[in-house]
Ligand binder design. Sequence first.
Ligand SMILES: CC(C)(COP(=O)(O)OP(=O)(O)OC[C@H]1O[C@@H](n2cnc3c(N)ncnc32)[C@H](O)[C@@H]1OP(=O)(O)O)[C@@H](O)C(=O)NCCC(=O)NCCS
Length: 159
Amino acid sequence: MTAVVRHPTGADHARIDAIIDDWWGGRPMRRMLPRLFFEHFADTSFVVEEGDDLVAFLVAFVSDTRSDEAYIHFVGVRPDRRGEGHARALYERFFALAGERGCRSVGCITAPINEGSIAFHRSLGFDLVPGDADVGGTSVHTSYDGPGEDRVVFRRTLP
Ligand SMILES: CC(C)(COP(=O)(O)OP(=O)(O)OC[C@H]1O[C@@H](n2cnc3c(N)ncnc32)[C@H](O)[C@@H]1OP(=O)(O)O)[C@@H](O)C(=O)NCCC(=O)NCCS
């Protein structure tokens, strides 16, 4: 079946809310992706579907504070559809969109425990923004998102 890429609507929140913890290997992620992203950042976000089946999604936006920067908040690919290039295709689609809107770089963050995400972002050409600690060879920003909420911070220059 052909994959269709479209912008999300508010109604997509319920579908993604229902699967997100499962797609993240049981980690509690739901509270980090409230409906407001689907209502107010739809033009810069995407879902991938095959028929009624959700295959992947990307939630991203152009920074309101720094207009030459874009930010990718979430990307997820259904576990049985990983390794097929869906996330790379969504990132490249967003890079093009962000470039058209005048952005010169894209940022994102991930949890140090998420080794798959770190490897994925390195493959996509992101650099790690140096943090204040080294965890197993990875530079980490300790308590970046609150006490104990360490994050790896990525940045990629756009052409
Ligand atoms: C990370 C994730 C989005 C990757 O999606 P995907 O569709 O499988 O990735 P792609 O097939 O587009 O892979 C793109 C590149 O990343 C690499 N890559 C992807 N996942 C990887 C992993 N777990 N380990 C090592 N490399 C990985 C691929 O080898 C590929 O490299 P190449 O293009 O140079 O050959 C997916 O595994 C996922 O949904 N994980 C759970 C959610 C998550 O952690 N999201 C990121 C944080 S918001």
